[in-house]
Design a protein around this ligand. Structure first.
Ligand code: ADP
Ligand code: MG
Length: 720
């Protein structure tokens, strides 16, 4: 009897309901109560210290020791008031998870609670085991975390958390946040320069980000009874349920009660942290859901997304649920992504991707719009690399998620506008002419009614007033792709600005110079625009003809990070050095290898300890039955046929698993990391995973349900 599975199922049956009460009638009464935000600082600090801190946050400058002391002391007092005894520097190392090391406020020597400004500003975590791709061994063995005042201090669990960047003593970035902040600075500078062609009042441009987070939820007992889920976050075996997502009924259905309570609960905790969660709904697959906050300044939004995932993990424990952030926990069902809604907003309050009723402003809109498209065209490979991971390989190019081909969808209205500018190359605009009218720029509607959102198959889509990068994996730290996006857009904006200046120096009128360069960019980047079905085989062919890169696996996609072009770009804006890029790639490759290795091991272990013994037992039962029937001189043809089928699949599992293990031994000896990663991709995952899975999933169909050891898809996916 499949003891674990049935015990888990019994637990699911007897789950008590977890009631969730909101702490107040109105969200505004508890929103941000666990976040030491600007309002709290204003209340706690003297006006001149507050002004200093505010200035540093707004301008990305350093906070002096006196002000730091004042902030530390105020944050400590606030935390102690809430019963908090410990603090930590919270950072985002390249493992993907967030890391913390907790220290007590209590200082035994003086007998009082302390948090000094210097401790707030800088700490040295014992972080020697964080991946660093050889940087540490080559250079300096130690790293430190440094306070990032632009993201608010918060309380998580029982700890005061100070958002920080993580860098080595020689200055190399060891985390996701440090390069993101630099890329944000780069795009700010470039965008301000371009904005000033239109409006001298613009002095700061900030990227905004809103992440739509998809996830699966299953019962914790069922999760724990599946070693593959526990080890790798993904089911390596499991047959599709009879009712999958074919009916699309889950998408429109009501949220199941248990999940609803869980959502309510984690939303409350998120809101207390100042994470503005606002949308919740079912997703396409059964057991799949989505949460989305309102967009925020990108650094904060990135921290908040990491924090939200952490909060969801924690709250799920109370509900005896498990959240799966893996990109593809269940074969045959939709995977999970994280749509990154991105825009650029000026200090004057203008969203640069918002078409306007004024044609003059629309020229500015078009500038940013076209420059972004060109950035994607120029750096498609790099953008693709920034979202590469073992998990995401299951989505990209798997005919159910945006393909690995980076293209841009803009909708028919804007396509027309761009076409018009492109073909109006010979229009002469004289003095007194309405240039906007002549060039068709007056035709951009203020609100794009084109259902731009409807094309769900595009990895990078314009959705009315923002771009949406949809190819990001659900488990990803969005700092990685957002660093790339802001950086590549910054570079094209600089190029744009330089070219316009050059035109103007030739005596061309500014507006015309702008249009001329836009026309050039529109032509140059046209190939990256695609309005059709991104999931179709026809697009793969067409993209190939257009020369667009289509790299479907992580080890090869990562090469783009080491391109000469990429290195030059990163070094030009001082975001990462060649060495740091190399180190990061090494980490990503190692990470890939580890993930595939763990999955391969899970497969081997499950086969040896669960699947093969179960199949043999069942085979014996059938043999006994067949012999019994024969002894009674009854027809046993069907039983014999079943025995043959079981034996056939069993044989495949036994032989292929052994071959895979032998192959892994060979591959593990490859010293070059990239080559080893490719071998894991092609020779282990590529050659064995599907074959073994096919046989196991067929055994699942054949073998007595009573004996099957692993919780089945239908048992995990339909939470009540
Ligand atoms: P959907 O794409 O599912 O229709 P919404 O339109 O509700 O979703 O928006 C999804 C996300 O985009 C939300 O997080 C929202 O706050 C964010 N968003 C909206 N406008 C902007 C913007 N200008 N910049 C960045 N994100 C934005
Ligand atoms: Mg969306």
């Amino acid at each position: 009897m499949a003891y674990l599975r049935f015990k888990a199922l019994e637990q699911v049956q007897n789950r008590p309901e977890v009631r969730v009460e909101a702490p107040a009638k109105k969200i505004s009464e508890f929103f941000g109560e666990n976040s030491f935000d600007l309002d709290k600082m204003r209340a706690a600090l003297s006006p001149d210290v507050y002004e200093k801190v505010k200035f540093a946050i707004d301008n990305g400058t350093k906070i002096g020791p006196d002000a730091a002391d004042a902030v530390a002391s105020a944050a400590k007092a606030w935390a102690i008031e809430k019963g908090i005894t410990h603090y930590t520097h919270w950072f985002q190392p390249l493992t993907g998870a967030t890391a913390e090391k907790h220290d007590s406020f209590f200082d035994a020597a003086s007998g009082i609670e302390k948090l000094k400004g210097s401790t707030l500003v800088q700490q040295e975590p014992d972080a020697s085991s964080f991946p660093n791709g050889g940087i540490r061994s080559t250079f300096e063995a130690r790293g430190y975390t440094a306070w990032d005042p632009s993201s608010p201090i918060f309380i998580l669990g029982r700890t005061l958390c100070i958002p920080t960047v993580f860098v080595s003593y020689t200055g190399e970035a060891l985390d996701y946040k440090a390069p993101l902040l630099k890329a944000v600075e780069a795009v700010d500078r470039a965008a301000v320069k371009v904005c000033q062609l239109f409006d001298r009042n613009v002095t700061r441009v900030t990227p905004s980000l809103g992440c739509e987070q998809e996830y699966f939820v299953i019962d914790r007992a069922l999760h724990d009874a599946r070693p593959d889920l526990v080890m790798s976050g993904r089911t390596v075996f499991g047959h599709n349920p009879a009712r999958g997502q074919q009916l699309d009924d889950h998408y429109f259905g009501a949220i199941p009660n248990r999940v609803y309570d869980f959502m309510k609960d984690f939303e409350i905790e998120a809101l207390k942290l100042g994470i503005p969660v606002s949308t919740r709904h079912n997703e396409v697959a059964p057991g799949q859901f989505e949460v989305a906050p309102l967009f925020e300044e990108i650094n904060k939004a990135t921290d908040h997304n990491q924090l939200l995932m952490e909060v969801m993990n924690r709250v799920a424990v109370k509900h005896r649920l498990k959240v799966l952030f893996h990109e593809k926990p269940f074969a045959g069902l939709n995977g999970s992504g994280k749509h990154n809604n991105w825009s650029l907003i000026t200090n004057t309050g203008i969203n640069l991707f918002q078409p306007s009723s004024s044609a003059r402003e629309n020229l500015q809109f078009l500038t940013f719009f076209v420059c972004t498209i060109k950035a994607i065209y120029e750096h498609a490979g790099l953008l693709r690399a920034s979202i590469a991971s073992a998990g995401n390989d299951h989505r990209l190019g798997a005919n159910e998620a945006p393909p690995a081909i980076m293209s841009v969808f803009i909708g028919s209205q804007l396509t027309e506008v761009l076409n018009e500018i492109e073909t109006n190359g010979n229009v002469k605009v004289g003095k007194g002419d309405n240039m906007y009218m002549k060039l068709g720029i007056d035709k951009i509607p203020e609100i794009i009614l084109d259902n731009t959102d409807r094309n769900r198959t595009s990895p990078f889509a314009f959705t009315g007033n923002k771009f949406e990068l949809r190819a990001v994996g659900s488990d990803e730290n969005v700092g990685a792709p957002m660093t790339v996006l802001n950086l590549i857009v910054a570079d094209v904006l600089h190029e744009f600005h330089a070219l316009v200046e050059k035109e103007m120096q030739k005596g061309t009128d500014k507006k015309l110079a702008i249009v001329n360069i836009l026309r050039k960019f529109i032509k140059e980047s046209k190939k990256v625009r695609f309005e059709g079905d991104g999931y179709s085989a026809a697009w793969v062919k067409e993209a190939k003809k257009r020369g667009l890169p289509n790299i479907t696996d992580t080890p090869r996609a990562l090469d783009a990070f080491l391109d000469k072009k990429t290195v030059a770009l990163y070094e030009k804006y001082n975001v990462l050095s060649k060495l740091e890029l190399e180190a990061r790639n090494e980490i990503k490759l190692e990470n890939y290898i580890m993930k595939v290795q763990i999955e391969a091991r899970s497969m081997g272990d499950l086969a040896h300890n669960h699947i093969i013994p179960t199949a043999i037992k069942y085979q014996n039962k059938l043999i006994e039955n067949a012999n019994g029937l024969q002894a009674l001189k009854l027809n046993n043809t069907h039983v014999l046929q079943t025995i043959a089928r079981v034996s056939e699949h069993l044989n495949v599992v036994m032989t292929e698993v052994e071959k895979m293990i032998a192959e892994r031994k060979r591959v593990n000896k490859i010293t070059d990391t990239r080559k080893r990663a490719i071998a894991y991709c092609d020779d282990i995952k590529g050659k064995y995973f599907d074959k073994i899975r096919y046989a196991v999933d067929h055994l699942e169909l054949l073998i007595d349900d009573e004996d099957w050891p692993l919780p089945k898809y239908r048992e995990m996916l339909f939470i009540k």
